[in-house]
Design a protein. Structure first.
Length: 247
């Protein structure tokens, strides 16, 4: 399988961090960035309107699966699109845990994104407990089952998968390149059983303590097409060097 067939992508997930001042810094510093990878910044929604850069795309960190109406605190696809987003993270492990988002809900959000012309970055990944019990493939496989039973092959081909082992998120404990590759290969193999062309073209990102000094070895793995970056996406210089590692 050739990797070049897939466009690499690096997305920053600012989580509940950031300010208008940080956006201004990103607007300035990313303006002239030279990079082959597509770059996405997923900021808090309060900041969307402060972005002005053309060098990267904007993404939401979550979106509702509902259209509109009496759902206090939720944001619809139309709203995030109106605010300039062309991507949305769905099913981040922090939301799966904090908001009890189920595999089925995540799948319906992803489908809704594709229908609206927004690219979902769909997060999957296991806890340390599941890894130590040797159940990674079963657990991630079930997360993927919900996607393949809800989205068509065509819809999946307009999606991005992010493998984020929960034990590596914000812990400084990165998966080794071999551990990342092993699960990425499993994910690609899973989609290969659904549709070979889909599997060949589907971008699969790695997330979990990616830093400027480990990005390149992770991104050079055969089935790793870029990254979903948390902490290190909050400093423009670090984020730029991670984006450039995906060239
Ligand atoms: O959760 C993540 C991105 O969505 C990863 O976070 P860290 O890069 O801070 O480990």
């Amino acid at each position: 399988m050739s990797k070049k067939i897939r466009q690499s992508l690096v997305a920053g997930n600012w989580k509940m961090n950031g300010s208008a001042a940080l956006v201004a810094d990103f607007n300035e510093k990313l303006k002239t960035v030279q990079c082959d990878a597509n770059i996405v910044v997923c900021s808090p929604s309060t900041l969307f309107h402060h972005f002005s850069a053309d060098a990267f795309s904007l993404g939401a960190q979550n979106v509702s699966h509902l259209d509109n109406g009496a759902h206090t605190g939720e944001l619809s696809l139309e709203m995030i699109k109106d605010a300039g987003c062309s991507y949305a993270i769905v099913g981040h492990s922090e939301r799966r845990e904090d908001q009890q988002e189920s595999n089925d809900l995540v799948a319906s959000k992803a489908k809704k994104c594709v229908e609206a012309g927004v690219t979902p970055i769909i997060c999957v990944g296991e806890s340390l407990e599941i890894r130590e019990a040797g159940n990674v493939e079963q657990f991630v496989g079930e997360q993927l089952d919900a996607l393949t039973s809800t989205l068509s092959v065509e819809e999946l081909s307009k999606s991005v998968i992010a493998y984020e082992p929960i034990w590596a998120i914000g812990t400084g404990k990165t998966a080794t390149p071999e551990q990342a590759q092993e699960v990425h290969e499993f994910i690609r193999g899973y989609f290969n059983k659904v549709d070979a062309d889909l599997a060949l073209k589907l971008p699969i990102l790695y997330g979990g303590s990616v830093k400027p000094d480990n990005a390149q070895t992770l991104f050079s793995q055969k089935d790793v097409d870029g990254g979903l970056i948390g902490g290190a996406s909050l400093k423009a210089e670090d984020f730029i060097s991670i984006c450039q590692a995906a060239n």
